[in-house]
Write a protein that binds this ligand. Structure first.
Ligand code: OGA
Ligand code: MN
Length: 287
C-alpha cells in the first residue's frame, strides 16, 4: 500500500498520514517511510499515543540507537536511549537541566565524532501555544550559494564545541557546561558535507561552531555568521507547532533545527527523543 504523504512546507517536511508507528510494519512499508525521510528530510506522525518501548522500537528501524553516553545529564533515568527535553522542575524542585536544550540552530551530536543520522522527538506535554521547533533544509541552503562561495567552503572544516547551550549563570549550569566539554572535546567536520546516503551536498554548520580549523575565532566569525544566517533564511525553514503525541523524525545530516522557547514557562513542555547513530565523521582538534 502506498503511503499517504502531505507536504508541510515548501522547503522540507511531510506528514505521514493514517499510520500507527507501533503497529506491525512490513519491510516494504518501512522502506517507503525511509525513502520519504531521505527525500523530505523531516517526517511528522500525528496522534501516536505509544509507550516508550514502542518509541524505541520504531526508532530502531532507522538504525542503531545512541545510548547518549556523550549526554548523561539529559538521559531518561530508566531508558538510556531516550533524551528528555523539558522545562518541568526536577523532583527536588531545582530547574530542569534540559530547559534550554536545543535553543539555537544546531544538528544533534555534531560535537562528537559520530554525529547523529536521525532523531525522533515525541511530544508528551505541550504548552497551550508556542514551544515550536524550526527545521531548515541544508541542501537548499548549499545549492543557493554562489559558485565562488561553494569553492571557498569546500576545503573548510568547522570546529564544533559542546557545552554551548544557553545558560543561566547558576553554578549547576556552569558545571554542566564544563562537564560536557570534558566528555566531548572539540571536533572538526566538513562545512560542505556530502550526505552519505543521498550523495547530495549540504551545509553542515550551526551555532555549536566557533571557528574553522586552522583559523582564529576572530577570522572565522564573519563567515560563520554569514553562513548560519544564510542557511536559516525563512525560505529554507519549516516551523512545527506541536500537539501531544506528535513524532517528528529529522535527518541531522542535511537539516538544522532550533527550539524556540516561545511559550509561557509556567506551562509544561515535556518531550523525549531517540537518536540514531550516524557514520563516523571528522577528527578531534585541540581546544
Ligand atoms: C532535540 C531538540 C528541540 C525542541 O531534542 O534534539 O533540539 O523543540 N529539541 O525540543
Ligand atoms: Mn536537537
Amino acid at each position: 500500500m502506498d503511503l499517504k504523504l502531505r507536504r508541510l512546507s515548501y522547503p522540507l517536511g511531510v506528514e505521514v498520514c493514517d499510520i500507527d508507528v507501533a503497529a506491525p510494519m512490513s519491510e516494504s512499508q518501512f522502506g517507503q517511510i525511509y525513502q520519504a525521510f531521505l527525500d523530505h528530510c523531516v517526517l511528522l506522525f500525528r496522534g501516536q499515543d505509544i509507550t516508550r518501548e514502542q518509541h524505541i522500537a520504531f526508532s530502531s528501524r532507522f538504525g542503531a540507537l545512541d545510548p547518549h553516553d556523550a549526554f548523561p545529564s539529559d538521559r531518561h533515568p530508566d531508558y538510556p536511549q531516550l533524551m528528555v527535553v523539558t522545562n518541568e522542575a526536577q523532583a527536588d524542585g531545582s530547574p530542569s537541566v534540559s530547559r534550554y536544550a536545543g535553543r539555537r540552530w544546531h544538528t544533534d551530536m555534531s560535537q562528537t565524532l559520530r554525529p547523529a543520522a536521525a532523531s525522533l522527538l515525541r511530544s508528551w506535554r505541550v504548552p497551550e501555544v508556542g514551544g515550536d521547533t524550526m527545521f531548515a533544509n541544508m541542501y537548499l541552503a548549499y545549492d543557493a550559494l554562489s559558485d565562488g562561495m561553494k569553492k571557498l567552503i569546500d576545503g573548510l572544516h568547522a570546529v564544533h564545541f559542546s557545552g554551548t547551550r544557553k545558560l543561566d549563570a547558576t553554578q549547576t549550569d556552569q558545571a554542566h557546561a564544563s562537564e560536557q566539554q570534558r566528555i566531548s572535546p572539540p571536533v572538526a567536520h566538513p562545512v560542505a558535507r556530502v550526505h552519505p546516503e543521498t550523495g547530495r551536498k549540504c551545509i553542515f554548520l550551526g551555532e555549536k561552531v566557533k571557528r574553522f580549523d586552522g583559523m582564529t575565532e576572530e577570522e572565522s566569525k564573519p563567515l560563520i555568521d554569514y553562513l548560519n544566517r544564510h542557511a536559516t533564511r525563512p525560505e529554507f525553514v519549516f516551523r512545527h507547532q506541536w500537539r501531544p503525541n506528535d513524532i517528528i523524525v529529522w535527518d541531522n545530516r542535511c537539516t538544522l533545527h532550533e527550539a524556540l522557547g516561545d511559550f509561557d514557562q509556567t506551562q509544561n513542555r515535556y518531550m523525549e527523543r531517540t537518536t540514531v547513530f550516524g557514520t563516523p565523521l571528522g577528527y578531534a582538534v585541540s581546544a
